[in-house]
Design a protein around this ligand. Sequence first.
Ligand code: NAD
Ligand code: ZN
Length: 346
Amino acid sequence: MRIQMSLEKQSYDILLDHKAILQLPYEIKNIYKGQKVFIVTDENVYKFYANTLKSLLAEFNVSFVVVAPGEQAKSLAIYESVIDTLMEQDMKRSDLLIAFGGGVIGDLVGFVASTMYRGVPYIQIPTTLLAQVDSSVGGKTAINSHKGKNMIGTFYQPKLVIIDPDFLRTLPNFEYKNGMAEVIKSAYIGDVVLQEKLFKGQIKTLEMIERAILVKRNVVLKDEFDLNERMFLNFGHTFGHALEKQSNYEIAHGFAVAEGMLMAVHIGEKLGITPKHIQKDLRMILEKYDLGLLKSDPVTLIDDVFYDKKNTHGELKMIFITDIGKPVIQPVSKEALYECYHSQAS
Ligand code: NAD
Ligand code: ZN
């Protein structure tokens, strides 16, 4: 199936299906007249899929740039080395770039695409669940600075996204769970049917990915540049980010977001925003997908969040849900948050 991303200045397709990757040569010819194709990937993905891509793209002149896997690839040093390598391989401004890998590759290559020669055309082929349902959709690119994650980046849309769930067969279970947290988040902020199906454990991977993408797409179409509604995607992320950071990134993003969603629902309940039954169901879904429960200390997380947001004049904008699929942004004070954990804090 094709999901259209019709943004103000451009429009492109997200092609989603089992074996969608087989369409790549035809899809390339639809958007690109040249012969040279540059594929940036990481060592793990290269090991599994380089041969598939090489034979699939035999009619093109294909070069690979392979980086070491992991978040450290989103650094200025690796960014520079990828650009150097592409230039050494004589990449021109009109040549096609492909980001082939998880969210790390997507973010890094998107940033390369948006800045190299002031912008080159590129395709996203996400290979992790997280990248398929989240990072490959929406056009945010980024690398990390010493001051923090995703501090250097652009909004830059690809020409095409190809999502093939069959890539997930080789994905380690841990990475799958990490992506499931974002799927569950999408259900809670935008798709009550997805939530029901996850709750019953009755959903095929393809439908699950499609529904999660549609939630993200609909939010992005309303607010490409993250000024209003796009903030809804941060449900569970306020405390999730704090927890990741507190653990020195030993707790992976999805697991931290799972905990962050539980906190957002608990706080929402205490503040009279979120109905009572939501917390129990969310807990059950998180347990079903093996994303429950960490031992975090809400009080220190509240302190950390406010320490990080020094300039918010005492209030923090948090995403709550008033029901499944109904997010709201509401400012909360540190005192009000403490109060929600009063019994634990004292
Ligand atoms: P990742 O790219 O590091 O991939 C996780 C691991 O899986 C890596 O070791 C990778 O080599 C391996 N892998 C990837 N595909 C595989 C496959 N098919 N089979 C076997 N192994 C495979 O991590 P991720 O979780 O995909 O992405 C995380 C990144 O995404 C973070 O840097 C985060 O900031 C970013 N992100 C960006 C956005 C956005 O809107 N741009 C949104 C969410 C997250
Ligand atoms: Zn996230």
